[in-house]
Design a protein around this ligand. Sequence first.
Ligand SMILES: Cc1cc2nc3c(=O)[nH]c(=O)nc-3n(C[C@H](O)[C@H](O)[C@H](O)COP(=O)(O)OP(=O)(O)OC[C@H]3O[C@@H](n4cnc5c(N)ncnc54)[C@H](O)[C@@H]3O)c2cc1C
Length: 308
Amino acid sequence: MSFLRSAFIALSGNSLLRRFVERSVPGRRMSARFVAGFRIEDAMTAAHALHQQGFSVTLDSLGENVSSVGQARQAAQIYHWLLDAIAPSSLNANVSLKLTQMGMDLDPALALENVSGLVRHAAAARNFVRVDMEGAAYTQPTIDVVRNLHAAPENRGHVGIVIQAYLRRSAGDIDALVKDGIRIRLCKGAYKEPPSLAFPDKKDVDANYVALMKMLLKSGIFHGIATHDPAMIAATKEFARAERIDPSTFEFQMLYGIRRDLQRSLVEEGYGVRVYVPFGDEWYPYFMRRLAERPANVLFLARNLLRR
Ligand SMILES: Cc1cc2nc3c(=O)[nH]c(=O)nc-3n(C[C@H](O)[C@H](O)[C@H](O)COP(=O)(O)OP(=O)(O)OC[C@H]3O[C@@H](n4cnc5c(N)ncnc54)[C@H](O)[C@@H]3O)c2cc1C
């Protein structure tokens, strides 16, 4: 299993395969399992359908590691359009973006400028920008950018971050971020990291996830518990009950198309559930990470390839 996970994560960075698959008709058809479509309109349609079923959403215009200033500015522009599309709607919707999509690899100042403009826009619209967490090379730069932006009083509460439970450093990061009052999404982590930085065994990742979840729920700040793992969800519910923490002070978060049964049952039980809705042409690396998480998804992929 671990071999397959590594193989899919390695393939997620293969630009030749990516160019071929992203444009191919079977590829685009397969992506529909985890991706809401290719245009802003598609994402908004999916968001409205989820809203009808009692979910809130975070919209993700797919893209990462852009290689030109123009691409970075265009990526930021799409998020400005998204914030404009959300503002007049009845949706409980915010946006999720990646620093490398905003130009971090080209020039950290460019990425900061792009994200800063979006956080200003979100603050003016009383909305929220979540900066996703990428591979370990970006952990500290992402924390620095988010803390820097959040320190401006007008941005307070309008920008948040993601922390990965597989990283050994995460308890210390949560401690500092919570002191600043920053909203955190807690996830397990989707990249391939060395054992020096990340727990290699699932049982250690899970134990750390539960410990970090407790830190978040006790913090008095509204955080996102992002997982499809029934054991993590049960531990969260149980801790909230035992500590008399009101479930309205946190939310569960899950990915579009994954464990929809669990998403629905949590809403039926009265928990807040935010669905992460990715859309856009650049779906390949995101898609490959979803295969890495659950290689059985390849069977689904194969069925789609055979279907005419
Ligand atoms: C809202 C949200 C935002 C995220 N943002 C980030 C981020 O910014 N940075 C980052 O590194 N990672 C992010 N992730 C991904 C995360 O790190 C994990 O890789 C992913 O959620 C799988 O972990 P899990 O907690 O679901 O538990 P796992 O132990 O991996 O899975 C538990 C169960 O969930 C189901 N499941 C999990 N993944 C899949 C899948 N791909 N297909 C089908 N079923 C599946 C299976 O039933 C599995 O048994 C995010 C996840 C979510 C839900």
